[in-house]
Write a protein of this length. Structure first.
Length: 104
């Protein structure tokens, strides 16, 4: 019985470290770096999800806001072009619906 607890703990630790590696990989992707370069502030920046389809990357992320809270947002990145949900543009909405919505 004692061995099964050790095995479970080792498996859990491996899964957590794999998750941390996946998070690091997401936050260091070229599309994420492009997004970060276009943000007015990267305070509290964290990536929740990244999906790449061809030459378009869909990113769910969050940043700290000026009210000591957190703003959740989305971005569509294609090359050097970044469209963000926080700009409330119809161009972003069209790109998100075309490339990201209900795809993964």
């Amino acid at each position: 019985m004692k061995h099964s607890h050790v095995l479970f703990a080792a498996s859990a630790a491996a899964m957590l470290s794999f998750g941390a590696l996946a998070d690091d990989k997401m936050e260091s992707s070229p599309a994420v770096e492009t997004l970060k370069s276009k943000l007015p502030s990267t305070n509290g920046f964290a990536v929740d999800n990244v999906r790449t389809m061809g030459d378009v990357t869909c990113i769910n992320y969050r940043v700290s806001n000026d009210m000591n809270g957190e703003t959740r947002a989305q971005a569509v990145v294609k090359g050097d072009e970044v469209l963000r949900s926080t700009t409330r543009s119809t161009k972003f909405a069209k790109a998100w619906n075309e490339h990201c919505a209900a795809k993964g």
